[in-house]
Write a protein that binds this ligand. Sequence first.
Ligand code: AMP
Length: 374
Amino acid sequence: MIKTIYPGQTIGIIGGGQLGRMIALAAKEAGFKIAVLDPSMDSPCGQVADIQIIASFDDETALEELSEVSDVITYEFENIDFEGLKRLSEYAYVPQGADLVRITQNRITEKAEIRKAGVIVANYVVATSHVELKAVIEEIGFPCIVKTAFGGYDGKGQVKLNSIEDLPEATPLFEHGACIAEAFVPFTKEISVIVQRNGSGETYCLPAGENIHKHHILHETIVPARVTDVVLTQATKAAEQIADHLNLVGTLAVEMFVLEDDTIVINELAPRPHNSGHYSIEGCTISQFHQHVRAICGWPLRKPVLHQQTVMVNVLGEHVVPLSNAIPKYPNWSIHLYGKEEAKTKRKMGHVTILTDDLNETLKQIEHSGIWSE
Ligand code: AMP
């Protein structure tokens, strides 16, 4: 049953990180109240929430408490305990349901569902042990990438194997359970599409972003992605196809590889707002966070239109001080910092968004600022 949630009512968020914070800030503009569940006292979302429940994500009593104060519940990360979320969705209003979390938590189910949606993923095999991997790896060949089925992110929990001699390098991955081995994709670009859908099936995609990683962490998103119009159209179509197949309510980030011949291969999904969609706060007529709130509150969605070419650059721990010093120099940069106290190296602390009519000049400005030179 689809409900409409109105301003003045409370949105509960499981997870108090920056995604929760940006969902909360968008929701508060429309007069919603925010309750957040997070184990830390001073979480980025907790700082802007009306109600904080400080407990671990799988604490059933805390989830019950969240449901008592919330009219609708959403989540900002996918590694929540699925069984707990499922139980919660039986007595609280969780319009996104729990199934999408189950599917996207596990690369094996995720890839199978993407295929069922009629979209291409890299060829892969599943192995539950290193012995099994050895037996099936030739089906994929080399180079290939072995990834843990559960729990990997930002390049963690995966190794690239260039030949059969490298096989022992994959052994430690099996300590975390089953793995997949997938063919190495010789991509020319990595792009992502954020697709959002409400309970009535209304669906919109944000313009595709081109993602540039450094040390396996997203560094920069350039929008629109510098790919052909054919790729842009195909990317949106693929994201919509997956969203429809999964009966999506809320937000799904679809990460894709683009090949030389313009073929698109889906890499992975995230069932929540995504770092590569942060640009939409300033870059589009509606941000991924506002649209997410609309989708879970049963509101009609708005078609996102890009105002101008946009670049988003991530601010990691080591970038905070040089960025702060540079603020006076760059009035056109929108600075977002998430309120995290400890600026640890490589920790995501914030991002900068720049709208531009001269992309190359802006990319040069970013480079010459010296902030991201490490
Ligand atoms: P993932 O955690 O699956 O998003 O992988 C992290 C990064 O590793 C991706 O953004 C790619 O740059 C790279 N990668 C992952 N899978 C593949 C693949 N099958 N072929 C080539 N590069 C890959």
